[in-house]
Design a binder for this molecule. Structure first.
Ligand code: PEP
Ligand code: MN
Length: 346
């Protein structure tokens, strides 16, 4: 349930409510808004009498959170969650652009791509060092060596690194290099990974499972939030449907649906959602028009030689063209793209 404090409630009253919430074996999660504080009292689903809190000093009202995801819901936090990524206030009117290769393949490939996407206007660099491949015989990523190259690319360009972590055991290693932890579609319901990443307190890019519902995605986000990590961005990356003309089907609906159900920022990955480079720009435009807070795009200097996802990777020139189109669409819907001058994550 949500304990909604009066607008004039003071810190002592808030602390007292938190203490009572914990006293009854519930977890207290604070949402501090501009006007008032809301205290989420989260138990294990068993009914709790709201009168326990209703008459405490400073409490305005107590209302149930009707959604199964509590902390992720807009009911709990009506205002957008906004957090900075390299100077971009993700979740505000500023669009975040993450770009880079599917996999880190070599020093030249990565540094060349990093510089090109930065020049074109990207704010953060993506690149997988640990790759979740459908086939055990496909390239599995460069591992720690890949992470070292990502760190070198960050040094060179100032762009923060977004990279996938596949197991809880990899977190200490990956967090030595990464700025944002990516949870891949295949791991969206890996609950021990979600739990461990929740505890890591690193910003998270959580991808929707290819066969997961929007509610399941939000429940996955809830795992991370419930461990006190609030910097979660959700990523639609296409779902499996009966359609075979494209690798996945972009669920463009998911963008406004998610924006209405949750306060978390929502981005689109048109590279994976289409699987074809020639469709990426059109679907990126659609995402921004539909209200996405950002994009993650695969870019490769020589897609025909890519070790993974070459067919859906844009050449740097095409990526630059995508950015200029996104700027125009952004203007129509009141969003802007900051230039990528800033050099820090926080
Ligand atoms: C990726 O980003 O390269 C990737 C493996 O994506 P997904 O988890 O969405 O398939
Ligand atoms: Mn990929």
């Amino acid at each position: 349930m949500m304990i909604i404090m009066r607008t004039d409630a003071d810190q002592e009253q808030i602390d007292h409510v938190v203490e009572r919430v914990q006293h009854f074996g519930l977890r207290a999660h604070l949402s501090t808004g501009e006007e008032r504080t809301i205290i989420g009292a989260i138990g294990d689903g068993r009914p709790v009498d709201k009168d326990l809190f209703l008459y405490l000093p400073g409490v305005d009202r107590v209302v149930p959170i009707t959604r199964p995801y509590k902390l992720a819901s807009r009911e709990f936090r009506p205002q957008n969650t906004v957090f900075p990524v390299n100077g971009v206030q993700l979740g505000s009117d500023q669009i975040l652009i993450i770009a880079g290769p599917c996999s880190v393949e070599s020093r030249t490939q990565l540094l060349e791509t990093a510089q090109a996407v930065k020049e074109a206007g990207a704010h953060a660099l993506r690149g997988g060092a640990f790759k979740p491949r459908t086939s055990p015989y496909s390239f599995q990523g460069m591992g720690e060596q890949g992470l070292e190259l990502l760190a070198e690319a960050r040094e060179l360009t100032g762009m923060p690194i977004v990279t996938e972590v596949m197991t809880p055991e990899q977190i200490p290693l990956v967090t030595r290099y990464a700025d944002v932890l990516q949870i891949g579609a295949r791991n969206m319901q890996n609950y021990s990974l979600l739990h461990a990443i929740g505890e890591s307190q690193y910003p998270v890019l959580l991808k929707r499972g290819m066969m997961s519902t929007i509610e399941e995605l939000l429940m996955a986000a809830e795992y991370i939030l419930s461990h006190g990590n609030r910097r979660v961005m959700l990523c639609e990356r296409g779902i499996r449907t009966f359609e075979t003309a494209t690798r996945n089907t972009t669920d463009i609906n998911a963008i406004p649906v998610l924006k209405s159900l949750t306060h978390l920022p929502v981005i689109l990955d048109p590279s994976h959602s289409t699987g074809q480079w020639s469709l990426v720009t059109a679907i990126a435009r659609a995402a921004i028009a539909a209200g996405a807070d950002g994009l993650i795009i695969e870019v490769h200097p020589n897609p025909s030689e890519a070790l993974s996802d070459g067919g859906q990777s844009l050449k740097p020139e095409r990526f630059a063209e995508l950015i200029s189109q996104i700027k125009l669409i952004g203007q129509v819907v009141g969003r802007k793209i900051n230039s990528s001058e800033h050099n820090e994550l926080h």
